[in-house]
Design a protein around this ligand. Structure first.
Ligand code: ATP
Ligand code: MN
Length: 464
């Protein structure tokens, strides 16, 4: 018979019936007569308490009920006298499905995050990570639900690419050439014509350019997939492999784009509040006492919308008044996380959408403003995170786009197919990219992006 999961047993609450539960031992507490075993099967943050009468269970078996062991327990479901749970199981039959000896790494509570990353193969069994990964799952569903309900088409863009036109960072090269014996051309260069794809290829840093092709065909699309950046930045907000959601919409201008981004984030955060409350309450208690309050705040307040130039003025005022930033503030500077967070956390105390950045610090495809200096970029800045979304209205004018590509010396051989969108029935369009893990960071209150993806890839780390 298919066993019920613990969450169902607790929800059904059918006391005085015999139930069978399977799960892993979280803790065991012994008194003279009985032992209390907290069993968890990953279905919910809460454990099911199993009460074992020491006289009824053989001593050898009793010894094998240790933290980490996997059990199948049958017994009577009864209302619990103890606090902390509504029901418990009076064990009648216990089967050890899998022993766990004393080397089980998650013995006691209070391990450091660093230690838990070293046992990433087991950390989903730690209560916090169970909560984080259940929330992550709900957020992925929320993303699809939001766009599906709006009629957006989920569009799959390639992970292997031969263009580096986005220039969004260092790329991971993909090759089947023998690195110890590279084929050379007559000029002594690597002969990529002999490589798998016949040209140099890499893992994608963004699906946007292909997303634009799709938007100018299907109208409104989104991508949701893995993205790779070989930037050697060891920050709590960067991964070498992360998941990105990139909607791209024909006929949206930058204001429509901002409206969509704000609605999208609010929808996802509200989804978490509506569907993950138990896990959020656990995280609120254990990780961050202001978490739920912060989530509710975001869903119920308008984001500030502000041009970059005014953002810089606010930051310069702060410097004049004695605020110290590590990186310099001046018009034209790319904002560092400390600047973004100052605007969000100290100045406005709200999420901020910063627009109209200098063209020099933004990508070539962004729509150029009349001033000749700025582009219609929009970054959504969040408390604790800094940039959570980066987006823009795209340049739809063929000649302006071509001029920018030439100005930046972007190789034309990479760009012809992208330029075709502007050649054949070009249209105003916009889009953005949301880093999925940054959203999970915000929603869970976790501090490090390595702790919101099951198996983080960062410089020097690709184990598991
Ligand atoms: P940042 O300035 O924070 O490095 P970016 O400007 O390089 O980000 P974009 O190219 O605009 O990032 O990518 C869109 C979104 O993807 C970002 O707003 C962010 O949420 C997310 N993102 C970018 N780089 C990473 C990364 N290395 N790890 C996780 N998420 C990332
Ligand atoms: Mn960005």
């Amino acid at each position: 018979m298919r066993p019920k999961r613990i969450i169902e047993i607790i929800k059904d609450g059918q006391t005085n019936t015999i139930v069978t539960v399977k799960g892993w031992v979280r803790t065991r507490r012994d008194s003279k007569q009985v032992s209390f075993v907290a069993l968890n099967d990953g279905s919910a943050v809460g454990n099911l308490q199993i009460v074992v009468d020491n006289d009824k269970v053989d001593e050898a078996l009793m010894k094998r009920i240790t933290t980490g062991a996997c059990l199948s327990v049958s017994g009577l479901l009864v209302a619990s006298q103890g606090k902390g749970q509504s029901v418990e199981v009076q064990a009648q039959n216990i089967e050890i499905l899998g022993d766990a000896d004393a080397t089980y790494p998650l013995q006691k509570k209070g391990h450091t995050w660093e230690f838990l990353r070293e046992v990433a193969h087991l950390r989903p069994r730690a209560t916090t990570f169970g909560a984080v990964f259940r929330i992550r799952n709900q957020m992925a569903y929320a993303v699809h639900k939001f766009f599906h309900d709006k009629g957006f088409v989920y569009f799959h863009t390639p992970l292997i690419t031969s263009s580096d036109c986005e220039g969004a960072g260092q790329m991971f090269q993909v090759t089947t050439l023998d690195l110890n014996n590279l084929p050379r051309t007559d000029e002594g260069k690597i002969d990529y014509s002999q490589d798998f794809f016949g040209s140099p290829t890499s893992l994608t840093v963004s699906g946007q350019l292909e997303g634009e092709l799709a938007a100018t065909a299907l109208g409104a699309i989104y991508t949701f997939g893995p993205t790779f950046r070989a930037e050697n930045s060891n920050t709590p907000r960067h991964l070498a492999e992360f998941w990105m959601i990139e909607p791209e919409m024909a006929f949206y201008d930058i204001v429509d784009n901002m409206d969509l981004a704000e609605e999208f984030i609010k929808f996802c955060v509200q989804w978490a509040l509506d569907n993950c409350l138990e896990d959020l309450e656990f995280l609120n208690k254990m990780i961050d006492k202001e978490l739920i309050e912060r989530l509710k705040f975001v869903t119920s307040h308008d984001f500030v919308r502000l041009p970059y130039t005014e953002g810089i003025k606010i930051l310069e005022d702060a410097v004049a008044k004695g605020h110290k930033f590590e990186f310099p503030v001046f018009w034209g500077a790319d904002l560092a996380s400390e600047h973004e967070r100052y605007l969000v956390e100290e100045h406005f105390k709200k999420p901020v959408i910063l627009t109209d950045y200098p063209k020099e610090i933004k990508a070539f495809y962004m729509k150029q403003n009349e001033d000749g200096k700025t582009v219609r970029a929009m970054d959504v800045l969040f408390p604790r995170i800094g940039e959570i979304i980066g987006g823009s209205e795209r340049e739809s004018d063929y000649n302006k786009l071509l001029a920018r590509i030439e100005e930046l010396n972007i190789p034309m051989k990479d760009m012809w197919w992208y330029l075709d969108t502007r050649k054949y029935g070009t249209c105003p369009h916009s889009g953005f990219g949301l880093g999925f893990e940054r959203l999970i960071l915000f929603v869970t209150g976790m501090a490090n992006i390595r702790d919101v993806i099951p198996f983080p890839r960062t410089p020097g780390h690709a184990e598991f």
